[in-house]
Write a protein of this length. Structure first.
Length: 472
């Protein structure tokens, strides 16, 4: 990914200069291969580098055979309070969500030189933008991918987390055990929880302008509807193969998202079902209140258009190293045990009248060291087994909690949908009240029949809306 060294905004691979200030884009090199992080993560290779951090593949030394990903801030941001806070926020947000379509976060801390890092599952696959270029997607395939993103967003929103940067680069496509695509939402670095303050200073924003909702350009509060709009932009690209809007600058995207009506999907994709095209159009509504009420509704409306296999919730296949590596140390230990026996035989044969005390002492020390190492290894194996058991127990409890949250969220989502269906839009009675007020201002002392009828209609509409709202 290309990044502006000045404003730190991410850009697509085909970009040359920054959309904001025209600065030439650059890639960031890596310095940490082979080091040990957090006392138990051995860095193996670079997975990817961005403007603020580098992601590495690492081996968990306490759990041989397990690979993880480590995201480490670039040293120049180590003292940047806002950047550090964003990484901490990413760790908390992703760990809170705990869903098959959201990356799992395991750990968070500081390197020996004081640079923040977070540890998460290592994903094998590709970002959605590359996956789309390399894979011929049908309408059903695209709907299935969008369905999984909606599931992940739905869980995040249920727990009060708004992602705020939904885009193809932050949607990773992996594989399940049976080879089906599994979507993972990543990079919650600018996510916002209900009880957290915004980190963005006045007049500035973070995010990707190609996928930003209109209200974000206006500096309004971020809500789940913000993510729904961004997912709508992603779905439009998946279905049509082209961007929703194309501009050469940030102001260009700002004007398009604020003012320009989104084109109908069927103008570019003739085989797209009308219901799916209508859903995308609703997700791209300029006003948040005009979009689907929540991500669960988006998920339910995508279901009929998705492939049959994508309708079933799947998990990413386990990512483990060759287990032969895990057994290497045990084999070495057995070899040293045999060496001790050989050394004792050599002493007996070489000095039949009596072994030299110094040499015998060295062999005794070696035997004690091998025995101590064997005992330590047994203890380590027991601890690893205990950790694995705790991990399994934690996963089971999180899954149980997730099912409970999903049940409650589904009920709440259905209540929202029923509420919208039963009550008129608030704009209906607002417009009627404004009309009544205008008529009254023209003839304040002589209420005519038109004035009275308009006011009765407005009052009735408002009463109906209020009763429906109170019923939910």
């Amino acid at each position: 990914m290309l990044v502006c060294p000045s404003c730190r905004l991410n850009h697509p691979d085909n970009a040359k200069v920054c959309l904001v200030d025209g600065t030439p884009l650059e890639n960031v090199a890596d310095p940490r291969l082979g080091s040990l992080v957090g006392g138990c993560y051995r860095i193996e290779r670079v997975v990817g580098a961005g403007g603020m951090a580098t992601v590495y593949a690492a081996t968990h030394t306490l759990k041989p055979g397990r690979l993880v990903a480590i995201k480490i801030l670039h040293p120049r941001f180590a003292d940047d309070t806002k950047v550090r806070t964003r990484l901490e926020r990413e760790a908390r947000a992703a760990a809170t969500v705990a869903h098959p379509n959201v990356v799992d976060v395991y750990d968070f801390g500081l390197t020996e030189d004081g640079v923040p890092y977070l540890v998460c599952e290592l994903l094998v696959g590709s970002p959605l933008d590359r996956y789309r270029r390399e894979t011929k997607l049908s309408v059903a395939d695209s709907a299935g991918l969008g369905l999984q993103v909606a599931r992940g967003l739905g869980r995040a929103h249920d727990l009060g987390v708004v992602h705020r940067d939904v885009k193809p680069e932050n949607i990773f496509v992996c594989r399940s055990e049976d080879g089906e695509p599994v979507v993972k939402l990543v990079d919650f670095g600018i996510a916002l929880a209900n009880d957290e303050a915004r980190l963005t200073a006045a007049g500035h924003f973070v995010g990707s302008p190609q996928y930003m909702a209109p209200e974000r350009f206006r500096g309004e509060a971020d809500t789940p509807a913000t993510d729904i709009y961004s997912l709508g932009v992603v779905l439009y690209e998946l279905l049509t193969g082209v961007p929703l809007f194309e501009a050469s600058s940030l102001p260009g995207y700002l004007l398009m998202h604020l003012e320009q009506a989104p084109p109908d999907v069927r103008e570019r994709q003739k085989v797209c079902p009308e219901g799916l095209a209508r859903l995308v159009q609703e997700m791209l509504a300029k006003r948040p209140a005009d979009r689907p009420a929540d991500a669960h509704i988006v998920e339910r409306r995508l279901l009929p258009f998705a492939t049959h296999k994508s309708r079933v919730e799947r998990r990413v296949s386990a990512n483990v190293m060759d287990r032969a590596k895990a057994n290497t140390k045990d084999l070495d230990l057995e070899a040293w045990t045999r060496r001790v026996s050989v050394y004792r035989d050599m002493l007996r044969v070489g000095w039949p009248a009596g072994e030299p005390e110094e040499l015998r002492g060295r062999v005794d020390d070696l035997e004690h060291a091998v025995r101590a190492l064997r005992d330590a290894r047994k203890s380590d194996h027991a601890l690893v087994a205990q950790l694995d058991h705790l991990d399994e127990e934690l996963r089971a409890r999180r899954a149980q909690l997730g099912r409970a949250i999903s049940t409650l969220a589904t009920d709440l989502s259905q209540a929202r949908a029923e509420f919208r269906a039963r009550c008129p839009h608030p704009d209906t009675w607002r417009a009627q009240l404004e009309r009544a007020q205008a008529l009254q201002s023209e003839q304040p002392h002589v209420p005519e029949a038109e004035n009275l009828a308009c006011m009765r209609e407005a009052t009735a509409s408002y009463g109906e809306w209020l009763r429906a709202w109170e019923a939910t």
